[in-house]
Write a protein that binds this ligand. Structure first.
Ligand code: ARG
Length: 464
C-alpha cells in the first residue's frame, strides 16, 4: 500500500490500524476548502518562484478539474480509499496532471493544511447558523407583533410572579438569542486567521507571501507563531462553545414551549404539523420536536467538554488527537442547524390562547399592584406589602382572588383603598405601570420590537 508517507517505511501499514486512522469519511466535508486552500498555495509557490508558471497553471487548472469532478459526482469521495481529504485531492490531482501535481505539497504540511481547511469551512458555515438564529428571532417577533396588548403571567421559581405582555416574553428569548448570534460572530472571527506558512511546525523555507495568501483566501490576518498554529484548535473550542450555549438557550425555549402548550398551562396550542401522536393513547398531542431539541442540548454540552478534555493534555505542536475536532464540529453544526430550524417552525406556528393567559395573569399575582396602589397614596412600601400580604392570605384560604372584593371589603383592609382600586388591580394596569426601557410597559415593548426589526434589517446579507 502506498500513501503520502510510505517512503520512510520498510513494510506496508497494518491495514486495520491504517483504517482506524483514516479520516476521509469525516473530513470529506472539507473538500471545497481543501481545494481552495491548495489552489492559493500553488499560486503562492508560483509567486515565490518555487513553481514555474507552467506548473502553477497546470496545478491550478488540475485542482479546478478535481472540483468540477467532485461536484458532478460527490460519491467519488465515498468510494475513495484515501487516508484523508488532503490525500484524496493530491491523488486526484496527480492522476490528472502527472508530475506537476507532485510539486503542490512543496513547503507545506498537512498540519497547516487541515487548519486552513477548517478555518475556511467555519468562516463560511457560521453565517448559515447565524441565519438560523435570525429565523427563530423573526418567528418570535411575529408572535410578539401578533400578541398586541395580550397579557400572561411571568414566573419566578416557576410560581406566578407578575403580569407581563406576551410580547415581552417573546422578546426575552430574542434578547438572549442575540447574544448567541454575537457568540457565533466571535467564533467566526477567531477562525479568521490564515495559518499557511507555518509548515509542519517550524515555518517554511520558501519565501511565501503570507499576506498574499491571506488576501487570496479572504482572511483578515495571518497567525502569529508556527508552533502555536500547528497545534491550535482554540477556534474549534470557541465554535463548540457558541453551539453549546445556543443549544442551551434553545433547550430552555423548548422547555417553555413544552410547559406552555401542556394541558396544565394551555397558553398556546402546538400546531399539528409539529406535534406527534401516541400509538396507544388517542388523546395525546406530544411536543416531540421540542423534547429532541432539549435532549440534543445535552450532547452539545458534552461535545464541548469532550473537546476541552482532548486539548488539555497535548504537548506543543500538532498531535493526531486533533483529528477528532472535525467530527465534533460537524456534529455540533448539524445539530444546531436542525434545532434552529425546528424551533423556528414550532414558534412560527404556535396559536396563542389570550383568554387563558389573561385569566392566569389576573389572580393573586396582582398583589404587588395592590401594594403599589397604597404606596401611591402615601403608605410606606413595607407597610403596604404587609397589608397586601394579609389580603392574599385570607383570599387564598377561601379560594378567591382580588376580583371578589367590593369597596367595603377593600376598605376593611385599609381606608386608603378607593373606587380607583378596581381599575388599578388588573393585568393591563399592572403592565401599563411599568416604566423602564427593559420593562413590560407597552411603550417599552413597542420600542423593543421596532429596535429588533431594525437590528435584523442591519445584518449582513446571508451567504449564497
Ligand atoms: N487528518 C489530519 C487531521 O485531521 C490531517 C493532519 C495530519 N497530519 C499529520 N501529521 N498526520 O488532523
Amino acid at each position: 500500500m502506498s500513501n503520502l508517507w510510505s517512503g520512510r517505511f520498510d513494510s506496508a501499514p497494518n491495514a486495520e490500524v491504517f483504517d482506524f486512522g483514516k479520516s476521509l469519511g469525516v473530513d470529506k466535508r472539507l473538500i471545497d476548502d481543501d481545494l481552495t486552500g491548495s489552489r492559493a498555495w500553488a499560486q503562492a509557490l508560483g509567486k515565490a518562484g518555487v513553481l514555474t508558471p507552467a506548473d502553477t497553471n497546470a496545478i491550478v487548472s488540475g485542482l479546478d478539474a478535481v472540483r468540477a469532478a467532485v461536484h458532478a459526482d460527490p460519491t467519488m469521495l465515498d468510494r475513495a480509499d484515501d487516508e484523508d481529504v488532503h490525500a484524496f485531492v493530491e491523488r486526484e490531482l496527480v492522476a490528472r496532471i502527472g508530475e506537476a501535481g507532485k510539486r503542490l505539497h512543496t513547503g507545506r504540511s498537512r498540519n497547516e493544511q487541515v487548519s486552513v481547511d477548517l478555518r475556511l469551512y467555519l468562516r463560511r458555515r457560521i453565517p448559515a447558523l447565524q441565519g438560523g438564529v435570525v429565523s427563530v428571532i423573526e418567528a418570535m417577533v411575529a408572535q410578539a407583533d401578533r400578541s398586541g396588548q395580550a397579557t400572561m403571567p411571568s414566573y419566578t421559581h416557576l410560581r406566578r410572579a407578575q403580569p407581563v405582555l406576551v410580547a415581552h416574553v417573546w422578546l426575552s428569548h430574542v434578547a438572549a438569542l442575540r447574544r448567541d448570534w454575537d457568540r457565533c460572530e466571535t467564533a467566526r472571527r477567531e477562525a479568521d486567521l490564515m495559518p499557511l506558512g507555518s509548515g509542519a511546525i517550524a515555518g517554511t523555507s520558501y519565501p511565501i507571501d503570507t499576506e498574499f495568501l491571506a488576501r487570496t483566501l479572504g482572511f483578515s490576518r495571518v497567525t502569529l507563531n508556527s508552533i502555536d498554529t500547528s497545534g491550535d484548535r482554540d477556534f474549534v473550542a470557541s465554535f463548540l462553545y457558541a453551539c453549546a450555549m445556543c443549544m442551551t438557550r434553545l433547550s430552555r425555549l423548548a422547555e417553555d414551549v413544552i410547559l406552555f402548550t401542556s394541558e396544565e398551562f394551555g397558553f398556546f396550542e402546538l400546531a399539528d404539523e409539529v406535534a406527534t401522536g401516541s400509538s396507544l393513547m388517542p388523546q395525546k398531542k406530544n411536543p416531540d420536536p421540542m423534547e429532541l431539541v432539549r435532549g440534543k442540548a445535552g450532547r452539545a454540552i458534552g461535545v464541548l467538554a469532550g473537546w476541552l478534555a482532548t486539548m488539555k493534555g497535548l504537548p506543543l505542536g500538532y498531535n493526531k488527537d486533533l483529528q477528532e475536532d472535525k467530527a465534533l464540529a460537524f456534529g455540533a453544526e448539524d445539530d444546531l442547524a436542525g434545532c434552529l430550524m425546528t424551533c423556528a417552525a414550532v414558534v412560527r406556528t404556535l396559536t396563542p390562547r389570550p383568554a387563558v393567559m389573561r385569566q392566569a395573569a389576573s389572580g393573586l399575582l396582582l398583589a404587588t399592584e395592590v401594594a403599589d396602589y397604597l404606596v401611591g397614596r402615601g403608605l410606606p412600601f413595607r407597610t403596604a406589602h404587609e397589608v397586601s400580604g394579609k389580603i392574599v392570605r385570607e383570599l387564598y384560604e377561601s379560594g378567591r382572588d382580588f376580583s371578589s372584593l367590593d369597596l367595603q371589603n377593600w376598605q376593611r383592609y385599609h381606608p386608603l383603598f378607593e373606587e380607583g382600586v378596581f381599575q388599578a388591580i388588573t393585568p393591563e394596569a399592572a403592565v401599563a405601570a411599568r416604566l423602564t426601557p427593559q420593562s413590560t410597559g407597552p411603550g417599552a415593548v413597542d420600542a423593543a420590537i421596532t429596535e429588533t426589526k431594525r437590528w435584523v434589517r442591519g445584518l449582513p446579507a446571508p451567504p449564497a
